[in-house]
Write a protein that binds this ligand. Structure first.
Ligand code: ARG
Ligand code: ZN
Length: 868
């Protein structure tokens, strides 16, 4: 663990490497307690080489054994925490030379899950961003790309399967029950894309033919008992491969593509070349154990990692400040893939609404808080803290804006030029922008501010209709308050899709490009005052500041042909009422009724239209957040929507049943979503009548979506039947870790219920549960993160007890896994925006963590930035 003084890395301090690498040969003898790594590096002078420059390799938590240069034992070196500095190189380092290093590490006690570690008795690696330096001393930076040949040795009975990147070129039996496998990756790669896996695993395998007629082997490796849960991941992979050929002309470049699932993993998944490693949560699924949401997530994460093979691996990042170059682009690609997989226009719109909800609930607060950063950050202490919703989700919105400005074809031209210019290289966000601009002959110089300025831009709308001239005047002005002390001087280039809605329906959709602080457009020939539909499809990641009349909003909610804006107007109407502590008025109830009973509307859209804005999004609209007040106002509003529409909900609950055997398709999934939403509303309105129905659904369900849906509804409304069902659920699924995670998460996310045990007490008990494990990230997230980050009303308690729990958990996790701890540490970011007494209690908890000894660089950076 790094506990030295804070050090900031700065984007503008980038300099090219002094040395680079040609061939890399690794020989790794795997032993949980003491793994021995022999490396042979072909070192070349880099573009920035000066004579007699020392070779400085990174290395962490390694036991140094020996060093040779050009075959001779070399004694001129210095070892310091974090580095091996090799001096007195042959020819002053001006010609290629060979470095051979032997070192050792201890995978079994590596709980950070970075570098080489053991999970369930098998070996795995995670090297992005800087984990390779925990395996051996190395030039661990993404602009140093090398060709790897990797020999893995292990006891065959314990580790029958030995995998690494690329192609298998040799296997051998060795004395004493050991064996080896040698892998060679034909593509040069940065160290963060290295991977190895060893253990008792089995695979589902399939061969496919890609666009050029080549045959490819696809494998999904899991523990033997999980083999039956891999079909959906395989189908998702095949769909992603074909989609990337069709949409972007990108073909799989390896003979073999492997995915491995592991149950101890810090993130969702990792795109190591030819050997993706996944959190089991994003691979394993069967209808009985995974919800429709799980199935959709697997499809999108499998696609995301596969898409990285081109956007990330073939073209990679010059340095970690450019992370969004690969992540924003790859998220955009997986969003487009998932939208296409829905198979209908309304399905696409539903996916878009889902993506925007995530952005607004998670990224907008980040962009307004103490950790705000541009999608291309300028400074960091610990790079792991910058795998953020800003880099990923806002980064994807920025990529989407190119497509909006240039059109789908223009965007494709830009992508083609990007690969033509940069295949095999480590490049920057500026290179991506240049490819888009040059391929389309467009000046995108103003667009670059999306990379350098943080904060969510606000677009203020003023409209005026002149009946005598039949003119409509639209004035847009932009402003932006960044959260990170940047002073913003530059207007963004904001693409806004808009349409004027009129009775005669005679106005087409247009694209407005807002590039100045203030701009006015005049529209002619309008015989009546139109209703404005702006930022359609959420074409730009901005906040609209528009005092649109209730009438116009209501008109949009009934009639906007843009599904996103139709949904959005309903959200705005509800949000205004909730923030004013009002119940829905009869006009809004009628509009909801109209939506719920419209036979032509997609059930998935209905479900979204009736979902209220999240508490975290409501917080962003307030100057002084009173979390209990907001929760109660929102809950009362929801209760009114539930009870006033009880007949409609009851009818939907019947109509949305999907008789016959379970089918996972999008249409059936949408029906289940709406049906379970109806069940929740019915339990909210008339718990005594509907609890038995929920129990029945719980007991008779043939799939996890319905079983979990009923259970969640019972738990959330605090029904007395919940306990028995929870107990049944645990026994039924005791052997299935991922399902037990749901059991934990559901209880930790329960909102407050009058007269029942507080959620904090429940969470404290769950932490003592025999199945709770502090070193398993999924389990920790399902209890601690679910409670502290995802359950605002139960967490923000006026006596501060939620925050005391948080501080203790951050400190406990800090010692086990800094990355997981730092994520939790983000939980009090927005303390300055809260009303008293919450604000002071939050600050006290932050200070308690800040003054504790032994903080990791990860946690320290987050806490110090929060306190400011
Ligand atoms: N590149 C991975 C992805 O596809 C995430 C890896 C993040 N690793 C980390 N240590 N923060 O999104
Ligand atoms: Zn990614």
């Amino acid at each position: 663990m790094k506990t030295d003084l804070p050090h900031s890395f700065r984007r503008l301090e980038y300099s090219p490497p002094t040395y680079t690498l040609g061939q890399v040969a690794l020989d790794i003898a795997l032993d949980p307690a003491h793994t021995i790594v022999k490396s042979r590096l072909e070192v070349l002078p880099g573009p920035h080489h000066a004579a007699d420059a020392p070779l400085i390799l990174q290395g962490e938590e390694l036991e140094f054994v020996s060093l040779r240069v050009n075959g001779e034992v070399h004694r001129q070196f210095e070892l310091s925490p974090g580095f091996l500095k090799i001096l007195a190189l042959p020819d002053g380092g001006q010609k290629a030379f060979i470095v051979e290093i032997i070192c050792a590490c201890a995978p079994a006690t590596n709980t950070s899950l970075m570098g080489l570690y053991v999970s369930n008795g098998n070996f795995f690696t995670q090297c992005e961003a800087e984990g390779f330096r925990k395996i051996t001393y190395f030039l661990d930076r993404p602009d140093v790309m090398a060709r790897y040949r990797v020999t893995l040795r292990a006891i065959e009975a314990d580790y029958p399967v030995l995998l690494s990147n690329g192609n298998l070129i040799d296997t051998e039996k060795l004395p004493n029950g050991w064996h080896l496998a040698t892998w060679e990756d034909p593509f040069p790669k940065p160290s963060y894309l290295f991977a190895l896996v060893a253990g008792k695993l089995e695979c589902l395998e399939e061969t496919i033919t890609t666009s050029s007629g080549a045959t490819k082997l696809l494998q999904i490796w899991v523990e033997p008992a999980d083999l039956k849960k891999t079909r959906h991941a395989m189908d998702s992979l095949i769909a992603a491969i074909h989609w990337d050929e069709k949409r972007f002309g990108l073909e799989l470049d390896l003979e073999r593509f492997m995915i491995v699932a592991v149950s101890d993993f810090n993130m969702g998944a990792m795109e190591n070349k030819g050997l993706n490693i996944f959190n089991t949560k994003f691979i394993l699924a069967q209808p009985e154990t995974a919800t429709d949401a799980d199935f959709a997530n697997i499809e999108s994460v499998v696609a995301h990692e596969y898409f990285h093979n081109w956007t990330g691996n073939r073209v990679t990042c010059r340095d970690w400040f450019q992370l969004s170059l690969k992540e924003g682009l790859t998220v955009f690609r997986d969003q487009e893939f998932s939208a296409d997989q829905m198979g209908s226009e309304s399905g696409r719109a539903v996916r878009r609404i889902d993506d925007v909800r995530v952005l607004r609930q998670l990224q907008f607060p980040e962009d307004a808080g103490p950790m705000a950063h541009p999608i291309r950050p300028d400074e960091y202490e610990e790079i792991n803290n910058f795998y953020t919703v800003t880099v990923y989700e806002k980064g994807a919105e920025v990529v989407r804006m190119y497509q909006t400005l240039l059109g789908v074809e223009g965007f494709r031209k830009g992508m083609d030029l990007y690969f033509q210019r940069h295949d095999g290289h480590a490049v920057t966000c500026d290179d991506f922008l240049a490819a888009m601009a040059d391929a389309n002959g467009r000046d995108l110089s103003r667009f670059k501010y999306w990379y350098s300025q943080s904060g969510t831009p606000k677009v203020h709308v003023a409209e005026r209709y002149d009946a005598s001239l039949q003119q409509y005047h639209l004035t847009l002005s932009q402003s932006c308050t960044p959260g990170d002390g940047q002073t913003l001087k530059n207007a963004f280039h904001i693409p806004l899709k808009m349409r004027l809605l009129t009775a005669s329906n005679d106005q087409a959709e247009q694209l407005l490009e807002l590039t100045q602080e203030n701009q006015t457009w005049v529209f002619e020939g309008l015989a009546e005052r139109p209703a404005l539909s702006l930022n359609r499809g959420f074409s730009a990641p901005i906040q609209l500041k528009f005092a649109q009349s209730q009438d116009d909003l209501m008109h949009l909610f009934f009639a906007d042909d843009d599904a996103f804006n139709r949904w959005e107007s309903g959200q705005t109407l509800a949000m205004q009422l909730i923030l004013d502590n009002h119940l829905p008025d009869s006009a809004l109830i009628d509009a909801y009724r109209h939506i719920l009973t419209d036979p032509d509307l997609d059930p998935a859209f209905k479900e979204l239209a009736l979902s209220l804005p999240a508490e975290s999004y409501l917080y962003e609209q307030c100057v002084e957040v009173d979390p209990q007040h907001i929760h109660n106002a929102r809950r009362a509003f929801r209760h009114a929507v539930a009870s006033e529409l009880r007949l409609e909900w009851a009818a939907l609950y019947q109509q949305m049943q999907t008789p016959g055997p379970f089918s996972p398709d999008a249409v059936s999934a949408a029906k289940r979503a709406l049906k379970n939403c109806a069940l929740n509303m019915l339990l909210e309105a008339d718990p005594l009548i509907w609890a038995p129905m929920a129990v029945n659904q719980y007991q008779t369900a043939d799939n996890m979506t319905d079983r979990y849906g009923a259970l969640a509804a019972l738990v959330i409304c605090g029904s007395k039947e919940a306990q028995a069902c929870l107990k049944d659920f645990y026994t039924r699924f005791e052997g299935d870790t991922l399902v037990i995670d749901k059991w934990f998460a559901l209880q930790a996310s329960r909102p407050p219920v009058k007269g029942a045990q507080s959620t904090l007490e429940a969470v404290q008990q769950l932490r003592q549960h025999a199945a709770f494990k502090m070193n398993n990230p999924n389990r920790v997230r399902s209890v601690i993160h679910a409670y502290c980050l995802n359950n605002p009303a139960s967490f923000h308690l006026a006596d501060g007890s939620g925050y005391v729990f948080w501080a203790e958990a951050v400190l406990a996790l800090n010692a086990v896994n800094p990355q997981i701890a730092a994520r939790l540490a983000r939980g009090l970011d927005r303390w300055r925006n809260f009303a008293q007494p919450f604000q002071s209690q939050m600050l006290a908890a932050l200070q308690r963590v800040a003054t504790s000894p032994g903080l990791s660089a990860d946690v320290r950076e987050v806490i110090n930035k929060a306190i400011g």
